[in-house]
Design a protein around this ligand. Sequence first.
Ligand code: CDT
Length: 304
Amino acid sequence: MTARRLVVAAAQLGPVQPEDGRERTVGRLIALLREAHRRGATFVVFPELALTTFFPRRFIEDERELDAFYESSVPGPDTRELFEAAAALGVAFYLGFAERVEEAGHVRRFNTSILVDERGAVVGRYRKVHLPGHADHEPWRPFQHLEKRYFDHGNLGFPVFDALGGTVGMCLCNDRRWPETFRVLGLRGAELVALGYNTPRHYPLAPEHDRLQDFHNHLCMQAGAYANGCWVVASAKAGIEDGCELIGGSCVIAPTGEIVAQAQGLGDEVVLADVDLERCREIRDNIFDFATHRRPGDYGPLSD
Ligand code: CDT
């Protein structure tokens, strides 16, 4: 078994306030990228909606105000410097952002992540499938969660990509809570799943779960890694953002389900780990050897 090693980094971001411009935020991403590179990383994972504040917490009626949170091209004028810095260093990365595109004459809005190779080329795209929250203004909440209003259901499924010397999948935040996300990526051979998230500490529909947010965050990702024998690199936006507390806990999880590196704080922080993609076989050739042990014929309700 020949090792396929790389050093990966979850680049956790502290809060991005509504008044922070793209220039300042992209500058923070580049600083994290440079630090990750200095410490040996060749792949860096940034959070979901990493270029802006998590704007679905606000009810925004003015379309122009809303549009300001979306990118119509990435790389574009605001992100080119990040791409150039990464390509100059030979670092691949995952980036989450709000995407506004015209498809078949219609404006579509997606919560998107891209995979960028070490030469700065976009080699993968994912559009969030599990959009949590609600579509209408609910003033009783202390803050909104309007992903169902501001984003269309992702229309790319859960693709995997040849990258980093292996097979890479992506998802975004709420997707990680669904075993189906990891299973589809696992069935497609994902050896590493990159994901970014913005998770409020307070969940207005079940506030008794506030104390469990960090536990549930790691529980679902550790289970996804183990049951599918893949690495998970997960990057949070953390801290008090626009008056709302976001959990941190950015981490790297091994195919055994063990957390091998974890953020210590709630600010900008690089979380590094050595990854050997060959270690996926510890799980995939054994307890979760899909070809030998899986029984799809008995799993009808999963696809009905
Ligand atoms: N961004 C995102 O998907 N956040 C959700 C918040 C909980 S549901 C309102 C999450 O699953 O972490």
